[in-house]
Design a protein around this ligand. Structure first.
Ligand SMILES: [Zn+2]
Ligand SMILES: [Zn+2]
Ligand SMILES: [Zn+2]
Length: 133
């Protein structure tokens, strides 16, 4: 019995180490599925629930940044900002590289972690089809 528990713990430790390594190596935003796929290459038996547990534990330690992108939850190890332009007409989502957000920092007195900004409007394609009066 004890042997089985030890074996399980050993496997969990190895999985955790693999998750931590994959997490540290991701340079861009990633989903739980992406992380799961990456770690599964070495640890075939790792379950998606383990991946979610890992992500939740990082969140409670405030070591991970969480974004909502096109109704999907994405994660990042660094506090990069993430901005969308969402067309209200065709619902298309475009990512905007926003470099200067200092003006927002001036407005917000609280301690800021990262930005996620959703800007809505009418995209260029839709404007061409149906010009504004
Ligand atoms: Zn953050
Ligand atoms: Zn996005
Ligand atoms: Zn559009």
């Amino acid at each position: 019995m004890i042997l089985i528990i030890n074996k399980m713990r050993l496997r969990n430790t190895a999985q955790r180490a693999a998750l931590e390594q994959a997490f540290a190596n991701f340079r861009f935003l990633f989903s739980a599925e992406t992380l799961h796929k990456e770690v599964s290459r070495q640890h075939k038996k790792i379950g998606i629930a383990t991946v979610y547990r890992f992500l939740n534990s990082l969140a409670s330690e405030r070591k991970i940044h969480i974004y909502s992108c096109n109704r999907q939850t994405l994660y990042s190890s660094s506090n990069t900002s993430h901005c969308h332009f969402i067309c209200e007409n065709c619902k298309a989502i475009r990512h905007i590289p926003l470099k200067k957000i200092d003006f927002l920092q001036e407005e917000i007195k609280d301690s800021i972690c990262h930005f996620q900004i959703d800007v809505t409007g009418v995209c260029e394609n839709c404007r061409k089809e149906k010009p504004l009066e």
